[in-house]
Design a protein around this ligand. Structure first.
Ligand code: SF4
Ligand code: SF4
Length: 204
């Protein structure tokens, strides 16, 4: 999988869930069309009267996710930015998505503002394979270390490998998690008698 491949999945699904946080700190989610996906960026739009617009312009933080028919999930979380020359972008978006003319006919389209998401953390997750496959990408910022790792405290008992639902822990000294197949479920950490399994982000 590639960054562009992930963005293309979001564009193909098109109706993706977009999450923001409102002024009370409460999570809000709605379905938004992914209008374009090109050169490492997603493009979408919303009307200036909507709460979504207010939340985007207040913090810009947004998380997008979608699942396609092949059980491939993409998640993209980052900082959205409002695009300059909005009329040109809206015209371009409408050209690529003609059904938008039914919803916003004529000049009413210009109540919409275009946004771009081109930075943050991108994750690909293939639930259609066994074991599952996951990949992470970073656009414009350091990749987040998620999941678990096995440290030198490992005593080689093998309990974690025996219980792992994806069988993605390999013997060794120490044992090793094959990250691309890991669910991040945490069972290995709960199982380890030596406390050798830690979160990769350093959290408890
Ligand atoms: S359960 Fe803990 S000590 Fe045992 S093999 Fe796994 S990581 Fe090592
Ligand atoms: S987090 Fe879950 S899937 Fe990943 S290695 Fe541990 S037990 Fe296996």
């Amino acid at each position: 999988m590639t960054i562009q491949g992930c963005l293309e999945i979001l564009r193909q699904v098109k109706d993706a869930a977009f999450a923001t946080v409102d002024e009370h700190g409460a999570p809000q989610v709605r379905i938004i069309d992914v209008m374009l996906a090109e050169e490492g960026a997603l493009y979408f739009c919303t009307a200036r009267g909507k709460d979504f617009y207010r939340q985007l312009t207040a913090s810009g933080r947004v998380a997008v996710t979608a699942l396609n028919q092949d059980w491939q999930m993409v998640r993209f979380a980052g900082q959205a930015r409002k695009l300059p020359q909005p009329k040109e972008w809206i015209d371009r978006i409408f050209a690529a998505n003609p059904s938008m003319n039914d919803v916003y006919p004529g000049e009413s389209r210009y109540i919409l503002e275009p946004f771009c998401l081109d930075n943050g953390q991108l994750e690909f997750f293939d639930l259609g394979k066994s074991p599952i496959v996951r990949e992470s990408f970073a656009l414009g910022e350091a990749p987040a270390a998620k999941g678990f790792a096995i440290t030198g405290g490992c005593v080689g008992c093998g309990l974690c490998a025996a219980g792992c639902p994806q069988q993605c822990i390999r013997p060794g000294s120490p044992y090793e998690i094959v990250q691309e197949h890991c669910l991040h479920c945490g069972l290995c950490q709960e199982t380890c008698p030596a406390g050798a399994v830690v979160r990769r982000d350093g959290q408890k």
